[in-house]
Write a protein that binds this ligand. Sequence first.
Ligand SMILES: *Cc1c(COP(=O)(O)O)cnc(C)c1O
Length: 392
Amino acid sequence: MNRLEHLRVALAALDRDHLRRIRRDNQRPCSPRVLIGGKEYVAFCSNDYLSLAADPRLAEALAEGARRWGAGAGASHLVSGHYAVQHELERRLATFVGRERALLFPAGFMTNCGIVPALVGRGDAIFADRLNHASLIDGMLLSRAKAHRYPHLDLAALERLLAASDAPTKLIVSDAVFSMDGDVAPLRALTALAERFDAWLLIDDAHGFGVLGPQGRGALAEAGLPGAAAENWRLIQVGTLSKAAGVAGAFVAGADDVIEWLMQKTRTYIFTTGSPPALAQALLVSIELIEEGEARRAHLAALIARLAARLAQERWRLLPSRTPIQPLIVGDNAVALALAAALMDEGLWVPAIRPPTVPPGSARLRISLSAAHALEEVDRLAEAINRLESRL
Ligand SMILES: *Cc1c(COP(=O)(O)O)cnc(C)c1O
């Protein structure tokens, strides 16, 4: 067999294990009402929690941004690809999350896999929740620091690992809201451990930013962090601008000199072209809409409560989650796929998430709610799942 034939065998194995992934081409802008191959579905898939991605005010700001700033940045931020509107956005983001300074990135994935190696290196140690996002895991591998992965949310295990480590620099890394489980990390306890063991603490709030906390300031603000010591230099936070904010990009925020260091040393920042400045123009409007988004967040909370109230949860159970990520644990890969397919037949689109994205035996439907869903659409989904629960 040549190398290409090896690939084909491996692809066939993906089919056999129900692990091959496909894309569907939506013929409409982002919303829960999607059109695929001419057929309409109600989708419970996106991270567009506040329904801003296709908001006409953002589209207009983006168009205005493009007229004013053109399409591209032309160079990396540190050469000549940094623009006044991006500086303004960074200041707005820093104020919004209550930190001294923020640094804008083209994507969350690049932020995480770049800043971890800028903080720790060979001989140092990282302590990471087992269910952290792939971008944090890849950053950990790139850093060459010793990786300690603790069981999900198990702070006693984390504490033992920290106590046993004599690494000169320690870094604790955790998602704030876990992307496949929807649960929230114990942020105050993590901060206390970082303090006690003299470690950096990196919190990725990709799914909390815009959704949790006062005015959507995020999971850390909800937990009262960084608190009075806004300059709490140990705490480094990442937020993405591609999920609730509805556009693209991400930022890292923290104490002034920490952000300065990250700007100097993060390879995924230094060696990539700056993001298009027009996006920053749209994001300034997005932050305003997030800040004023109390009604959207209240509706999301009503949808979350309605789903739990309407699902029978006999064989398949919702994980305890108060975020718009509502995972229904099915267990078996093939059953999860059959369930997703049966829902699709009824015009309901919910992704089945399988290993390796989640641990083996925990295949699930990842129901994701958006402020644009109607209560009746959640009822329709719950009713269909309840019917299929006794049939599949
Ligand atoms: C989506 C996500 C990212 C990546 O952000 P992008 O802007 O989409 O690259 C990082 N961390 C977490 C936890 C995420 O869910």
